[in-house]
Design a protein around this ligand. Structure first.
Ligand SMILES: [Zn+2]
Length: 566
């Protein structure tokens, strides 16, 4: 009797007719995990104690006695010793490549204070080769007044070469005087359409922060990353995903250089997650670009790398005053933000992408952006009945409550970043004051979406915030900062249950990928995507969920991560 096996196991099914006729019994499995608590996340949320995988697919879910008949000489056996097994996690909005590249640049993500930011920038300046740009990102908006650090501050750290540092949300860039000079951005440079903002000093000169499309004024002068840098970045991002039990990523924004990197990593045998790749759509161009995206999909697709989605960036962020709102910002009368795609173009673009078979993955933050996206999808659906792939709205921060039921009605996936749903300085200082209390009630209404019957999925948007799904799960359940375990729940009516948030990371993710028959539950016949957690999430206090670590990650029966001992 193996330790930890104390639960009544449910034998779900044995693949019938799959066994060879030989009298030596069934063909052995490649991988067997036993002696634990397997939460299948299927409709009944059954539990079992063992699971077996052969040729990449699950062939058995049940008790240990049944699994023992599948252990042969070459079978890899994982003794669970009471640990928990879940379907591999799906991160439905993440940037493994660009986030990983950022880790190799001047990485400001670890900086929790302004002093930390300044120290790290100083170190980067000292380290960068002479004459090279200091580039990188990950600084937090709330660390600077109005989320706008000045060029003078950056000049004091990097006086002798241009510097370009993007914010953690990637919607702003902090630049120094030499960078502005190199790009010839001056007091007379207009704010670039449709949504660019050059933050200005009182005399009209650039203050040092650029928002949205104004980032490109300087950004296009920053040297591009080499193929080797992109590949190394992707490997860093994927290694992190494996460490967090993520077996499917939705690469949220890719161009051809990223696709090349994915192909390279797959060829090298180091692809540790399946990737649903969203190809970047240029909002300034029309439907003529769809054929180019089709060519990329045809040229780079494989079983594990699926460039089947198209990313449309609809608006900015509330903190920067760039999200598209139905009613004006409280602090800026008359201003409602802009939609990036020209009026009337969005329905045509969505229709063209949908009819070419693309999953449209839409960045929508403000209630006006959410409505515009739903309207465009509804228009298309009226024509084809929704026969194409499921479309995804990501971030979905601010809702008009009238739009909540439309996700279920239209079959649109609601992809939340649950780690954003607690009251931090972004919410308290930069978001709620701009919206007022009535609208602020409808920030990240995860429970309302779950109860509406919508497909709810979840993602990290890493490198914007941590990729760790367990941090995000605890936040969705408690709506407090999962790292501090204190304070009142923020909008407590929108808290979800453990089942609901685990389903978002598993079944919901599989639906978002249009792969619900292949992954998302631990079921016989599905792909062997599994995660082993050190503790059973259902047996601990919710405050402890974020501390639980991933011990083993399995992609299609292949162990792609094992936590080092100690
Ligand atoms: Zn993103």
């Amino acid at each position: 009797m193996r330790t930890g096996q104390r639960r009544v196991a449910v034998v779900l099914a044995l693949a019938t007719g799959a066994w060879p006729a030989a009298c030596s019994g069934p063909e052995p499995a490649d991988l067997v995990l036993w002696g634990g608590i397997v939460r299948t996340m299927d409709e009944a949320i059954s539990t079992a104690s063992a699971v077996a995988v052969r040729d990449g697919r699950i062939i058995y879910v049940g008790d240990d006695a049944g699994a023992s008949g599948l252990v042969g000489g070459d079978t890899e056996v994982v003794e669970l010793a009471g640990r928990m097994v879940l379907p591999g996690f799906h991160d439905t909005h993440v940037h493994p490549a660009s986030g990983g590249i950022e880790l190799g640049d001047c990485d400001l993500n670890p900086a929790d204070t302004r002093a930390d930011v300044l120290r790290i920038v100083g170190e980067c300046a000292a380290r960068a080769p002479e004459g090279a740009w200091v580039r990188g990102g990950g600084w937090q908006l709330p660390l600077f007044p109005d989320g706008a650090p000045s060029k003078e501050l950056l000049d004091s750290l990097v006086p002798d070469r241009p510097a370009y540092l993007t914010s953690a949300d990637a919607h702003s860039a902090w630049v120094n005087s030499l960078a502005l000079e190199t790009a010839a951005v001056t007091a007379t440079t207009p704010d670039p359409p449709p949504d660019g903002i050059v933050v200005r000093a009182t005399d009209g000169s650039p203050q040092g922060t650029l928002r949205e499309s104004a980032m490109g004024l300087v950004g296009r002068h920053v040297p591009a990353h080499t193929a080797a840098e992109v590949g190394a970045g992707l490997e860093r991002g994927l290694a992190m995903a494996a460490e967090f039990g993520i077996t499917t990523v939705h690469e949220a924004s890719a161009d051809e250089s990223f696709l090349r990197a994915y192909a390279e990593v797959e060829r090298a045998g180091s692809l540790t997650a399946r990737a649903i790749v969203s190809l970047r759509v240029d909002p300034s161009r029309g439907t003529e670009q769809v054929s180019e995206l089709v060519a990329l999909r045809d040229g780079y697709g494989s079983e594990l790398v699926r460039p089947v989605a198209a990313k449309v960036f609809l608006d900015g962020v509330i903190e920067g005053g760039t999200a598209a709102l139905l009613e004006p910002y409280v602090d800026r009368p008359g201003w409602r933000g802009e939609i990036n795609v020209p009026a009337n173009m969005l329905p045509a673009l969505v229709a063209a992408l949908d009819s070419a078979g693309f999953k449209v993955h839409i960045h929508a933050i403000g209630d006006r952006a959410i409505r515009a996206a739903l309207d465009a999808i509804e228009e298309r659906r009226a024509r084809d009945g929704g026969a194409g792939p499921r479309h995804i709205l990501a971030h979905i921060q601010l809702f008009d409550p009238a739009d909540v039921p439309r996700f279920a009605e239209l079959g649109v996936v609601a992809s939340f970043q649950p780690l954003w749903a607690y009251e931090d300085s972004y919410i308290r200082d930069l978001t709620e004051p701009r919206l007022g209390p009535a609208r602020s009630r409808w920030l990240y209404p995860i429970r309302s979406l779950v109860e509406s019957g919508a497909v709810v999925a979840a993602g990290s948007d890493w490198s914007v915030t941590s990729m760790n799904p367990l941090l995000a799960m605890e936040t969705a359940i408690r709506r407090v900062n999962p790292r501090l375990d204190e304070g009142e729940a923020w909008l407590p009516e929108e808290r979800v249950t453990l089942d609901q948030i685990v389903r978002a990371y598993t079944v919901g993710g599989a639906l978002a990928a249009d792969m619900e028959t292949e992954t998302g539950t631990v079921s016989v016949g599905k792909l062997g995507d599994l995660v082993v957690l050190e503790r059973d999430l259902y047996a601990i206090d919710p405050t402890e969920i974020s501390d639980v670590r991933v011990d083993v990650t399995v992609l299609e029966g292949r162990v792609v991560y094992r936590r080092p001992a100690g």
